[in-house]
Unconditional design. Structure first.
Length: 308
């Protein structure tokens, strides 16, 4: 069995506040942090929220995931659609495979063609059993030849040092920058901070992913067991309807409302609306953050996105 890879961090800790002020790490750790943005919501739910018992949950995405998981195959257009939602593909898979610590345990993408009409059709599927245009199943696996860079870099330069703040703001480290940033945070005397070393494996990275989505202080929460700065996902501002781009697509809902509680109890919808909801599971969290344009607090993901 391959030995688990570890990452190394240097932490500057404010012991009085029990808080990580800043961490210093090389590109391996920053690559792993930035890879969070590539993960589809369905993958994130499966990895860190599916069996979460505490109240720290990622909105209603877990309910959406479980709705797909608990539905019979007959609900879907075909059985492959269900697998697509529960195990969505990561468009950056080839990059993430080079990570020293990769949280995504999805099987590498495979490619299948129809064994009956191999020549001339040009159709392939990333899931075995998809229907070919001839009516047969695409179940013959093929290998695609790709050209990969010989560089072991993923997203950032590995040998460069980076500063990672408690709210996951990431900056490149250079002489004098650490001291300047600490002064900006109100720490005039760096000697009041304690240096700590941390060794980070897969479990810690999974914890960081979960906290990155639900907390304002992921580093403190993971490395100091600190929960003093919780963050509930809340709308920081609403986009006026006049600013929402118009669309020709309309989906009808028939809703039942509790007037006493002033809330929707349930809605009866057509399949196009359910398809729309389920498609959330295939969207990368980085894309979601970009589309929300700062109108919604998703832990520290906004800071991670801005750092990129």
């Amino acid at each position: 069995q391959e030995q688990e890879q570890k990452l190394h961090l240097t932490l500057l800790v404010d012991k009085e506040k029990n808080r990580v002020v800043v961490a210093e790490a090389n590109g391996d750790f920053v690559d792993t942090l930035f890879s969070f943005l590539t993960l589809p919501l369905g993958t994130i739910t499966r990895l860190v929220f599916k069996n979460q018992q505490e109240q720290e949950t990622f909105g209603c995405i877990r309910n959406l995931y479980k709705s797909v998981e608990n539905s019979s195959d007959e609900v879907f257009f075909n059985r492959i659609c269900k697998k697509m939602l529960l195990y969505p593909r990561n468009d950056s898979e080839s990059y993430c495979q080079k990570l020293k610590v990769n949280v995504d345990d999805s099987e590498p993408t495979k490619y299948f063609i129809c064994s009956t009409c191999v020549e001339g059709k040009g159709l392939l599927s990333t899931f075995a059993g998809a229907s070919c245009s001839c009516g047969k199943l695409m179940d013959k696996e093929i290998k695609l030849h790709r050209e990969f860079s010989n560089s072991d870099c993923v997203f950032v330069e590995k040998q460069t040092l980076y500063l990672i703040f408690d709210d996951l703001k990431v900056l490149r480290s250079f002489p004098g920058n650490t001291l300047h940033q600490l002064q900006q945070l109100g720490y005039k005397n760096i000697n009041k901070l304690t240096h700590m070393s941390a060794i980070v494996g897969l479990n810690e990275i999974l914890d960081l992913l979960r906290k990155a989505l639900t907390s304002k202080s992921p580093l403190s929460d993971v490395f100091l067991a600190n929960s003093k700065f919780p963050c509930k996902c809340t709308l920081s501002s609403r986009t006026p309807l006049s600013d929402v781009p118009s669309t020709t697509t309309v989906m009808a809902l028939k809703v039942t409302i509790s007037k006493s509680k002033k809330k929707i109890v349930y809605a009866e919808v057509e399949r196009d609306f359910v398809d729309f909801l389920f498609s959330f599971l295939t969207a990368p969290i980085g894309t979601i953050v970009e589309q929300l344009n700062g109108n919604y607090c998703i832990g520290c993901m906004n800071n991670l996105k801005k750092s990129v």
